[in-house]
Design a protein around this ligand. Sequence first.
Ligand SMILES: *Cc1c(COP(=O)(O)O)cnc(C)c1O
Length: 392
Amino acid sequence: MIVQKLVCGCGWEGPPEMRYTCPECGDSLDVRYDYDTVDVAALDRALDTFRGVWDFHMLLPLREKKHILSLQEGGTPLVPTRQTLGRNVLWKDETRNPTLSFKDRPNTVGISVARELGYSSVSIASTGNGAASLAAYAARGGMECHICVPESTPGEKLLHPVSCGAEVILCLGEYSDAYHLGRELSERQGWANLTSTYLNPYTLEGDKTIAYELFAQCGRQVPDWIAVPLGAGPMLTGIYKGFWELQRLGFCDRLPRMIGVQAEGCAPIVRAWQQGHDTVEPWPGCNTLCGAIADSLTGYARDGTRTLATIRRSGGVGVAVSDTEALEALGSLALWDGILAEPASATAAAAIARLCREGIIRPGETAVGIITAHGLKDAACLETHRKEVSGQ
Ligand SMILES: *Cc1c(COP(=O)(O)O)cnc(C)c1O
């Protein structure tokens, strides 16, 4: 609804069309607004009264409200933990979205923009949650949906897309293989590609609404730390962008420190952070129970580099947690706080627990963990590890 363009870190700028990479350097793109024209009074009101993503339309990249395709996503609870971590720790419960993961935020924005630009077919390469989400939106909008998922995707995650009539393309290999196949097919067929990396610049705009909600729910304060499980990392960068915008518009005067969390068996971004590198290298042969964040970044490691840069700029940290730690955290989330998360989501809680123990998150500080998706999306995994999860 406001003036915008697509920009690249190399300096290229272009009009807001469906474009996935910079024509000059091939890097991913970012949506830029003219912040001087933002209706700040409307944003101020929305921070008091929001119920979901589209209440923040004044900072979202859609020209006309009639193109909004929504399932009433966002507006999720922020709950303090009952676990004794010695710090002010809160969970942003994204399991409460229409298709049980935060992916409804990037998808509602991405598919609405696609519709506004005249597309009737959408696609996504996904480890499952993004696919379940997009299929639901496409069904609601009467659009065609094609999903590329790795063969290891849990059956529960395919129930939603299959039921919603999406075309399921099962790919041999890992997530990166699905990414490349999805890109090739989408280009050839003319589908709007909403793959949940940085590929589609509009989807990150949905991720950033988590920041507006957190700011409002913390009493218009900025949390000291925010822990985010990483695939390629657009959610982490989106949340940071949301706070940056709030600062740019005069609502706050500082930014949170971002904790990027990966599984030990697939940690390309965290490894680069630990080794002090400026660029991320792929991690072929991912091996972890945390399937939703198992992204080796093969062929698009520069996406990881963009996430690494956000973590560094924020003064944040990278944390890799073991599958055992993730399952323990999953158990504690359920036992103490009544939230059933999937293993990938529990990594955020595991990272916060560890950083509190190590004193990196200090007494008196506030830390938020993004609980990205519901445990029933990977029920077979929970059943297999029932003992560890229940602590018996
Ligand atoms: C997609 C996903 C992530 C990672 O988000 P990105 O923005 O792709 O980095 C984390 N947790 C869950 C459950 C996911 O589905």
